[in-house]
Design a protein around this ligand. Structure first.
Ligand code: DUC
Ligand code: ZN
Ligand code: ZN
Length: 483
């Protein structure tokens, strides 16, 4: 008879496909059995009345990263993984970010050194490609894809990150040949810079004017454009941090045409609005990110997209900058114009509890959608499935247990990142994380960390099926040999 190291007993076990009441038996860090009345384990968790899902995957977060303007994120791998696991996440996929002129190999080495010995949960990397030079395209990226770095983020904006349409095509074509997933930050750079300069010159410097510069039209235009480039090359893409109706409509249109366009959104587009950026004092800076939060109507569009499958992935885009860091949210002093303020909001720890309480328990999304958005789709899209993102026998025993009765007032004081604020301060919710398990080890109970840094493992990613082209062409002759 199998003897389990841990049995989770009597919970509602939910996958992205079905749910049923039962037990999970865990042995040697893996899911060994799913069933009823499993034999007693060395440890037991009573999950009656609770929801048991695959541990969350946060597939978009910035950790121990120096931004393109030279500002360090407040979280390193120790604080980021601690915070993530206290919120039900068991895998993070941050970025190894290339600055122009850098070798991607060197960048990857550097990020591994930053993570080494510090992580409490498992992690992988996407690459940020800001300089697709000849060596990067011809040698480094093809080799890195083979080594498990099978996804890249590219940008249409930020002075030091943006790629031209031509460079976007180079990356898409490479991804097509080698089977990698391309994540795209889509905003029209020139239009935003033009607007920002004129806004500032006219004295409109407050954080809220960031939303005017980064308006929905610049987002939807760039979304449309990168979808067109992807269609031309016949290569799947994923549009990250979609903020509202106009970009959503571009993605719906592409999907209706049958294109493989995946989409991600984030908590800031559900729970924050432009009005938050116009709050007095420091509050406006707290909520400043790109694209920015929109309004209540757009929040409803985003909810609808989460419910009906428009969105595949729900990530935090955790980009933490502190107020007490002179290069952080107060950069340039209290009167600085909005372009001086680093973009980004924290969200690693609250991402899933908020989706659970406000999405699932309030009936806005189904249980299957909750699991798909929390973990399963990201695992599939980025080549981590079924080791991660599932409750299958043989999968890593990465599990989150959710308590529908737990009432929480969100506050920075209950979170475990290295931040000095949360934009969700004071939000009251019913339903929160109860227990997080990583490879069979209980790493957090009731939002408190138990695991020691250093136990997390690096996960090379498979080449994702999601990145396979559709095999359709806009051309009357097959010219795919030139891509
Ligand atoms: N926008 C990004 O593109 N990255 C980090 C944070 C942000 O607001
Ligand atoms: Zn981005
Ligand atoms: Zn980001």
């Amino acid at each position: 008879m199998t003897s389990y190291d841990l049995v989770i007993r009597g919970g509602t076990l939910a996958t992205a496909g079905e749910s049923f009441v039962g037990d999970i038996g865990i042995k040697d860090g893996l899911i060994a059995s799913l069933g009823r009345d499993l034999p007693k384990g060395a440890k037991e968790i009573d999950a009656r009345g609770k929801l048991v899902t695959p541990g969350g995957i946060d597939a978009h977060c910035h950790v121990a990263q120096i931004s393109s303007t030279g500002v360090w994120t407040a979280d390193d791998f120790e604080s980021a993984t601690r915070s993530a696991m206290c919120g039900g996440t068991t895998t993070i996929v941050p970025f190894a970010a290339q600055h122009r002129g850098q070798s991607l190999r060197e960048v990857v080495k550097e990020y591994h050194a930053r993570a080494e010995g510090k992580t409490s949960i498992d992690y992988s990397f996407h690459l940020i490609v800001s300089d697709p030079h000849e060596t990067a395209l011809g040698q480094e990226l093809p080799a890195l894809i083979e080594d498990g770095y099978t996804s890249f983020k590219i940008y249409t904006t930020y002075d030091a990150l943006k790629l031209s349409d031509r460079q976007v095509l180079d990356i898409l074509a490479l991804a097509r040949r080698k089977r990698a997933m391309v994540m795209i930050h889509a905003e029209n750079h020139d239009a935003m810079s033009w607007l920002a300069e004129k806004l500032i010159a006219s004295g409109r410097k407050r954080p809220v004017y960031h939303c005017f510069a980064h308006n929905m039209t610049v987002e939807s235009e760039a979304t449309h454009r990168v979808i067109a480039l992807a269609e031309m090359i016949d290569q799947p893409i994923l549009i990250v941090h979609v903020s509202g109706r106009e970009a959503i409509e571009e993605i719906r249109r592409a999907r209706a045409k049958g294109l493989k366009v995946f989409a991600e959104t984030c908590p800031q587009y559900l729970f924050l609005t432009q009005e938050d950026l116009d709050k007095q004092g420091l509050l406006g800076r707290m909520c400043m990110c790109s694209p920015p939060p929109r309004d209540k109507i757009n929040q409803e569009y985003v909810w609808r997209g989460l419910a009906d499958g428009l969105f595949d992935v729900f990530s935090s885009d955790h980009a933490p900058y502190r107020f007490d860091d002179p290069e952080g949210k107060m950069r340039g002093g209290p009167d600085a114009h909005f372009k001086m303020i680093p973009n980004g909001v924290p969200g690693l720890e609250v991402r899933l509890p908020l989706l659970y309480a406000e999405g699932l328990l309030k009936g806005r999304i189904t249980l299957e959608r909750f699991v798909a958005l929390a973990a399963t789709n990201a695992a599939k899209i980025y080549g981590l499935y079924p080791r991660k993102g599932s409750l299958a026998i043989g999968a890593d025993a990465d599990i989150a247990i959710w308590d529908p009765e737990r009432e929480v007032t969100v506050s920075q004081s209950i979170l475990h990142d290295n931040m000095d604020y949360t934009p969700y301060e004071g939000m009251k919710v019913k339903g929160w994380i109860d227990t997080t398990i990583s490879r069979g080890e209980i790493v957090s109970i009731k939002g408190e960390p138990l695991a020691k840094p250093g136990r997390g493992r690096f996960l090379p990613k498979d080449k994702p099926d999601a990145a396979i082209p559709l095999g359709r062409s806009i051309f009357t002759e097959d010219i795919s040999d030139i891509f």
